[in-house]
Write a protein that binds this ligand. Structure first.
Ligand code: 5GP
Length: 125
């Protein structure tokens, strides 16, 4: 269950393998999968297996080591799938575009250095 006692988040259901996703990285504490509606040529969601933190501010305050691990996994994915320059987005709050209240980062980039990410990859997440 989520911290608020509501139903498990969609990401918890992916972690539990109740719904399918293309998982691209997994550690003891972190899982990463392709976004179902990609906004960039490379668009991977990186999230904690622990559902208790709703956003990056809560995670930074409650478990900074876990946030560092999430960022390290994001960097590893970017190293494998982009040219090493990438966008790391944590939408925080519904007004900022957050739709899943289970902390996660968006790794967004392109395999080719010549490809530029549009501003819509920031503003429409
Ligand atoms: P947020 O809007 O909360 O920052 O990001 C949530 C992201 O999760 C969105 O980019 C959305 O496309 C993605 N997403 C939502 N449901 C699913 C799903 O069932 N599978 C996958 N792979 N991604 C999802």
């Amino acid at each position: 269950m989520s911290p608020s006692g509501s139903q498990p988040s969609i990401f918890s259901r992916i972690i539990a393998r109740e719904i399918p996703a293309t998982i691209v990285a997994e550690t003891e504490h972190i899982i990463a999968f392709l976004d179902i509606a990609p906004k960039a040529p490379v668009h991977v969601v990186v999230t904690t297996k622990d559902p208790q933190y709703q956003n990056v501010v809560e995670l930074a305050a409650g478990n900074p080591a876990l946030l560092a691990e999430l960022v390290a996994v994001a960097e590893q994915i970017a190293a494998e799938r982009t040219h090493g320059q990438f966008r790391l987005v944590f939408n925080t709050g519904a007004a900022a575009g957050q739709s899943v209240f289970h902390v996660h980062a968006h790794v967004m980039g392109s395999p080719e250095l010549t490809d530029q990410l549009g501003e819509d990859s920031l503003g429409t997440l």
